[in-house]
Ligand binder design. Structure first.
Ligand code: ZN
Ligand code: ZN
Length: 349
C-alpha cells in the first residue's frame, strides 16, 4: 500500500476528512518536493495537492509526485477551501503556528479544524527500500569521513578544527552536516551536546565526536568516543561500561520489542556499574528525513520496534567536572533482528 493510502486509513481512524500538512519533513515525504519549508500538502479522501509559490514552479514540476498549485496565501487557502467545502480538517498541531491556525480558521470557516499528532511521522518510522538506501549512503559517507579525520584527533588540536574538517569533507562529497558536529574533549565530554569549542585537545582526554551526514535529504547519526594518550583509570572504566551497555542493547534489538524495554536494557547495564545517574538522556531515536524522528527509544515511549525502522542506540555517561562518554550506532530493524549501518571502528581505550 502506498504511503498516501496508509495515511488515508490513519485519517479515517482519526476521524478527519482531510489533512493540511505543514510539517516540512512530512510535506517532503508525501510529495518528494525538496524545498518543503515553502510547501504545504492538502490530502483529501480522493486527492492530494502540493501548494508552493512561483519561485518553485519548475522545481515542483520536476520533483513532485503530486499535482501542484502555484499560489501564495491567501490564494492558497481559498483554493484549498474550494477543494474542501466543510467537514473535519486535520492540522498538524506539532508544527502549525498559532498564527497559521488563525489563518486557516479565517479562510475555512465552514470546516471544523481538528488537531492531529504524528499521523505521518508514524508512517515515516517505517522506511521504504529507497529510504533505507539513502540513509545507508549517508552513513557510509559519515563512516569514511570519520576514519579520514580520526588521525587529526590528537593533543594540540582544537575541537573546532576537528569539527570543521568533518564538515568540510561532507560538503566536498556533496553532502552536509546533518546537525552541528559535536566534539567534546576532556571535562567538556560531560556535556552531552557539547558543540565543538576552541578548547585544545590534551593528552589523556577522551574525545566524543557525534556526527551525521545529510545526503539527498536523508540523515545519518553516529557517535564515537576516542582516547588521546592514556585517559584516567576512572574514565577508562566508564568507557567500558558505556560500551557494554551499548553492545548489550544492540544485541537485544528485534521486531516486537517495546522501545521502553530496550531503553531499560542499557540503563540496567549502566546501573550495574554505578552509572545510573550519569546516563541522563534517552537511549535513542529514529533517523530519516529528520535527525530525530519516530520511534522514540525512551522509558515513557509506547513505540514498538518494527522491521524497516532505522534507529540509533546511544547510551552515555556524563560526570560533571570529570568527563563523559557516548557511543552511538545506527541500526536497521530487520525481520529477524537488526543490521548495524554504522561501521566506523569502536576503539578500545
Ligand atoms: Zn548523534
Ligand atoms: Zn542520535
Amino acid at each position: 500500500m502506498s504511503r498516501l493510502d496508509q495515511l488515508r486509513r490513519a485519517m479515517t481512524r482519526a476521524g478527519i476528512d482531510a489533512l493540511w500538512v505543514s510539517d516540512p519533513a512530512n510535506v517532503r515525504a508525501l510529495s518528494g518536493f525538496t524545498s518543503p519549508k515553502d510547501g504545504k500538502v492538502l490530502v483529501t479522501a480522493d486527492g492530494a495537492t502540493l501548494y508552493t509559490d512561483a519561485r518553485y514552479t519548475v522545481q515542483a514540476q520536476e520533483e513532485s509526485g503530486l499535482p501542484q498549485v502555484i499560489a501564495r496565501p491567501p490564494e492558497t487557502y481559498s483554493h484549498a477551501a474550494g477543494m474542501l467545502g466543510g467537514g473535519r480538517i486535520g492540522f498538524e498541531a506539532d508544527s502549525l503556528t498559532v498564527a497559521g491556525l488563525q489563518e486557516l480558521q479565517k479562510h475555512w470557516s465552514a470546516a471544523t479544524l481538528v488537531p492531529v499528532h504524528g499521523l505521518i511521522q508514524e508512517l515515516r518510522a517505517i522506511k521504504s527500500q529507497e529510504e533505507i538506501g539513502a540513509i545507508r549512503a549517508a552513513q557510509d559517507l559519515a563512516d569514511r569521513t570519520f576514519e579520514e579525520v580520526r588521525p587529526l584527533i590528537r593533543a594540540g588540536v582544537r575541537e573546532l578544527d576537528v569539527a570543521l574538517e568533518i564538515e568540510l569533507r561532507l560538503r566536498w562529497a556533496g553532502a552536509e552536516a546533518a546537525f552541528e558536529t559535536i566534539v567534546a574533549s576532556g571535562v567538556r565530554g560531560a556535556m552531552p551536546h557539547g558543540s565543538a569549542s576552541a578548547k585544545v585537545i590534551e593528552d589523556g582526554d577522551l574525545v566524543t565526536v557525534d556526527m551525521g551526514a545529510r545526503l539527498g535529504g536523508y540523515n545519518s547519526d553516529m557517535t564515537r568516543t576516542v582516547a588521546v594518550g592514556t585517559p584516567s583509570a576512572e574514565m577508562r572504566r566508564v568507557y567500558g561500561a558505556v560500551l557494554e551497555a551499548e553492545e548489550t542493547a544492540i544485541r537485544a534489538v528485534r521486531p516486537g520489542l517495546r522501545a521502553a524495554d530496550l531503553d531499560r536494557v542499557a540503563r540496567d547495564v549502566l546501573a550495574g556499574h554505578g552509572l545510573a545517574e550519569a546516563f541522563s538522556h534517552s537511549l535513542g531515536h529514529g533517523v530519516g528525513l529528520e535527525v530525530h524522528e519516530a520511534p522514540g527509544l525512551r522509558g515513557v515511549s509506547e513505540d514498538v520496534l518494527q522491521p524497516g525502522m532505522i534507529i540509533t542506540i546511544e547510551p552515555g555517561a556524563y560526570l560533571p567536572g570529570v568527563g563523559g562518554v557516548r557511543i552511538e550506532d545506527l541500526l536497521l530493524v530487520t525481520e529477524d533482528g537488526y543490521e548495524i549501518l554504522s561501521h566506523a571502528p569502536k576503539e578500545s581505550v
